[in-house]
Design a protein around this ligand. Structure first.
Ligand SMILES: Cc1cc2nc3c(=O)[nH]c(=O)nc-3n(C[C@H](O)[C@H](O)[C@H](O)COP(=O)(O)OP(=O)(O)OC[C@H]3O[C@@H](n4cnc5c(N)ncnc54)[C@H](O)[C@@H]3O)c2cc1C
Length: 386
């Protein structure tokens, strides 16, 4: 068993770490405090050719593997959670649907602009009344003679207000018959596409999280992604991949919290000695390190399986669950180790704590991850016994 990263994976990680720590980390507090979209970070990532890292070179992507992509997201998150979320949503949710399910024409039409960073991509699944129960979508796409008419509302859509394309799920209605959920490509400039308010959030404040409205939005036939009625299956495949990046994001936030806590524990003197001399503090550091490292192995395993085109849905859910909960604990303990200072905006651990909360909610909550994992285990057993 080989736990070594390849030369290329190490090079990508080190290059991203240098830029993220050198340029993005110093801006992260300002981004958070002013809820400012860090556009300049994405100019930099585009210059580095990272905006479509795991997408094929034929479509302007980097042709990189999923492990490199996970390393990239972890490094971004360790510097600026908002940048990591926007990047992960753009790649996993904005670009991947085209790569996975687009026709050759759709790939050529949209991917080069997405992978070059000329525009952002977004994915609109969640609606005001439903998120986890994705099949309960109320947005409809009614067949018209020359395409589809989209009506409905989405909410919580990362980069929805600034994206050039949104992959939106909708119930497909043909001659009054409901054919199930399909995915549609909505372009920013289309009449009937309206951007609502930017959600005020507890963390990840530099990311834009939008309400979107479709009001008789007219789509052409070639705005249907893949086959009609296959949208739920497509969406689950897209989310399986996305969960690896949310796991990586949690790892970055948790790692950064642990690093800050370790440094502080060595410097802070209480009762005449550094607080790191106390076993109670050491255990917090040790437990955080163990949980984060275990979750990183799960994350790399899921990425490794995906790169080998082997089933990885259960492993991606396990990685996301373990990493988001490990990071939650690491951030919690980092605040505790900082004492009063942990509650201050002067140190970044409270930001890591707030930013990480999303990783237990977005792209499937922890409860839904447990459901996915349990169903997979039960299915494996049933398959064996039949
Ligand atoms: C910052 C941010 C960015 C986001 N970006 C996007 C995006 O880009 N695109 C997008 O489509 N969505 C996005 N979302 C939405 C996100 O994916 C949903 O919020 C999430 O899937 C949960 O859905 P919900 O909010 O409707 O909660 P609900 O589904 O209403 O769940 C509420 C609670 O009930 C629990 N629950 C529900 N069903 C079950 C069950 N069967 N068993 C046990 N517990 C259950 C949930 O775990 C949760 O704790 C984003 C959300 C946030 C906060």
């Amino acid at each position: 068993m080989d736990f070594e990263l390849t030369e290329e994976q190490r090079m990508i990680r080190d290059a991203v770490r240098a830029v993220a720590q050198g340029e993005f980390a110093p801006r992260a507090r300002d981004v958070d405090e002013h809820a400012r979209f860090p556009a300049e970070n994405f100019v930099r990532l585009a210059e580095m050719g990272l905006m479509g890292l795991p997408i094929g070179e034929r479509y302007g992507g980097g042709g990189g593997d999923t492990v490199s992509y996970a390393l990239t997201v972890e490094e971004l998150a360790a510097a600026c959670g908002s940048t990591a979320l926007v990047y992960a949503a753009h790649v996993s949710l904005g670009c991947s649907p085209f790569a996975l399910f687009g026709t050759e024409e759709q790939k050529q039409a949209y991917l080069p602009r997405l992978t070059s960073g000329a525009m952002f991509g977004a994915f609109g699944l969640t609606e005001p009344h439903t998120g986890s129960d994705a099949g309960a979508t109320r947005t409809t796409a009614e067949k018209t003679p020359d395409g589809w008419r989209l009506n409905g509302q989405k909410m919580w859509i990362t980069s929805g207000g600034i994206a050039g394309t949104i992959i939106a799920t909708a119930r497909t209605v043909v001659d009054g018959e409901d054919l199930g959920v399909s995915c549609f490509i909505v372009e920013r400039e289309m009449p009937g596409f309206v951007v609502g308010k930017d959600e005020p959030k507890m963390g990840l404040k530099g990311s834009i999280t939008s309400q979107l409205f479709f009001e008789d939005c007219a789509l052409r036939d070639d705005h249907l992604l893949g086959e009609a009625g296959k949208g739920l299956k497509q969406m689950l495949t897209i989310l399986d991949g996305g969960r690896i990046s949310i796991a990586a994001m949690a790892l970055g936030l948790g790692r950064a919290a642990l690093e800050h806590a370790t440094g502080y524990s060595l410097e802070r003197i209480a009762f005449g000695k550094p607080i790191s001399a106390n076993q109670a503090v050491q255990w917090k550091l040790a437990d955080s390190a163990v949980a984060l490292d275990a979750a990183r192995l799960l994350t790399w395993q899921a990425a490794w399986l995906k790169d080998r085109k082997r089933p990885f849905g259960k492993e991606a859910a396990m990685a996301k669950l373990a990493a988001s909960e490990a990071a939650e604990k690491a951030c919690f303990e980092a605040v505790q180790i900082h004492g009063g200072m942990g509650y201050s905006r002067e140190v970044p651990v409270e930001r890591f704590y707030r930013d990480n909360r999303l990783t237990e909610i977005g792209e499937g909550t922890s409860e839904i991850m447990r459901l996915v994992i349990a169903r997979s285990i039960l299915r494996e057993r049933t398959d064996l016994s039949t």
